[in-house]
Design a protein around this ligand. Structure first.
Ligand code: ATP
Ligand code: MG
Length: 436
């Protein structure tokens, strides 16, 4: 099936909007790639460029290793499914599914055979004679899928195909769709702003923000090792707790992560201590997901934070306590920056690219190795720029058993799994020994 490669693809609309900013991305044969990001981040524009409905301003779109920038949409062996898919209301389900085959001149008999095959694969074999108005939302979506599949495309492009459906149906169909396209072995690019959809369906997820690709990886990789603060904040429910910390190195003993009123300690022999120790005397961001936090008895020794419950949220299968630990939260701005700011940010990133590359390339050297980093003045900071990421008192999300017999104001001791902490520098990039 078709492979896709975007190479440094940028799309600037005539009004100056930079919808897609220098994106490079590969989709392997038979891969299910999910493009994830908030509204307006450029997902549909990427998809439309792959389909040939929009020309890139610069960069290359490769299909099966061939430059496809000039290839007309009809020659791309692509099937698209949209959110607001339109079925022909005057045609039956069978006629709707068979329509693309009729257009390409396939005889009624083989056509009916293929329609029946596709319909039964989608579980709508018994409604072929009905009109779209006599179907449920889920059935209508299956018909739209059937119409896309029946042409046996080399590549599926799906743009939020489930977002018009209620949540139960969405969960059901997302399993069906990912199962079906894997069975067919068709490469797929699937657009959504729903992180649960992305994590459950994808072979790999590509996360975009303001036209810029932030991270690409398997669901386990992007969830477990997010490349940026933004990706960390975007994936997971409840959201990852992001705390401001100042770093103090106690040589040969530990790295102290001061959260305000209390500290966590990264042992010196922890492989991450070295990378974090470069930030001695500076502030960084610590990310900790709810699954790395466990309520414990008050006098439990070890990596334990003390706090007071601000409020509780009951979700039926679990309750969440939001706990004040006297720390400062870093709030990632979802709305993002303006195009001009993004451009400025981009040029700064390029300017510092060599520094990052040097850091990427460095081996596990001695803890004393000096890494050249730009000065404070030059660097964009997520910690001190209130317009971009603002700060407030942290409310640490902690999972509790459903409907616990405690109320807000109650003190809580929380054990922290130190190996599950994430570290980000003040620009929001992951601090890690093994840069991906
Ligand atoms: N024809 C156009 N002219 C100018 N700007 C456009 C045009 N089409 C899209 N844009 C802008 O490009 C940016 C990316 O749009 P796009 O439709 O790709 O976003 P999206 O990620 O699909 O968002 P959503 O989740 O809301 O569908 C947005 O800022 C949008 O306003
Ligand atoms: Mg869109």
């Amino acid at each position: 099936m078709t492979t896709v490669a975007l190479k440094d693809v940028t799309k600037v609309f005539p009004d100056g909007t930079v919808a897609v900013d220098n994106v490079s991305l590969d989709v392997a044969d038979g891969e299910f790639m999910v493009l994830l990001g908030p509204s307006g981040c450029g997902k549909s524009t990427v998809l439309r460029m792959v389909a040939g409905l929009e020309d890139p301003s610069s960069g290359a779109i490769m299909l099966d290793g061939q430059l496809a920038n000039q290839l007309p949409p009809r020659d791309r062996r692509i099937a698209m499914v949209f959110q607001d898919f339109a079925l022909y209301p005057h045609m039956t389900v069978g006629e709707n599914i068979g329509f693309p085959l009729r257009l390409s001149g396939i005889e009624p008999e083989p056509r009916a055979e293929r329609v029946a095959d596709v319909a039964s694969a989608l579980g709508i074999g018994d409604v072929l004679g009905r009109k779209p108005s006599q179907l449920s939302g889920g059935q209508r979506q299956r018909v739209a899928m059937g119409r896309a599949i029946v042409r046996r495309p080399g590549l599926f492009l799906m743009d939020e195909p489930l977002s018009n459906l209620d949540s139960g149906l969405r969960a059901e169909l997302r399993a069906e769709i990912s199962g079906l396209v894997r069975e067919l072995g068709v490469s797929t690019v699937y657009v959504t702003h729903d992180q649960a959809e992305a994590l459950t369906m994808a072979d790999r997820v590509a996360i975009m923000r303001k036209g810029v690709l932030q991270d690409v990886g398997t669901p386990t990789q992007v969830y477990g090792k997010p490349a940026t603060l933004y990706v960390a904040a975007f994936l997971g429910s409840p959201r990852m707790n992001l705390l401001e910390a100042s770093v103090y190195v106690h040589l040969d003993r530990y790295v102290q992560l001061n959260l305000g009123e209390q500290s966590l300690y990264l042992k010196w022999d922890d492989i991450r201590a070295r990378a974090v120790s470069h930030f001695h005397g500076e502030r960084i961001v610590i990310g900790v997901r709810a699954e790395a936090l466990t309520p414990v008895a008050p006098d439990t020794p070890g990596d334990v934070l003390q706090g007071r419950i601000r409020y509780l949220e009951h979700h039926g299968h679990e309750s969440l306590a939001f706990v004040d630990i006297g720390a400062t939260a870093v709030v990632v701005d979802e709305i993002g920056r303006s195009a001009a700011e993004a451009e400025e940010h981009g040029s700064r990133l390029r300017r510092f690219g060599h520094v990052i590359n040097r850091m990427k390339g460095r081996s596990n050297g001695a803890a004393t190795s000096v890494v050249e980093r730009p000065s404070h003045r030059e660097r964009e900071s997520v910690l001190s720029d209130p317009g971009r990421h603002h700060r407030r008192a942290a409310e640490l999300a902690v999972r509790l058993a459903p409907y616990p017999q405690i109320a807000s104001g109650h003190p809580l001791s929380i054990a922290v799994r130190m190996d599950a902490l994430h570290f980000f520098d003040e620009r929001g990039d992951r601090i890690d020994v093994g840069w991906r």
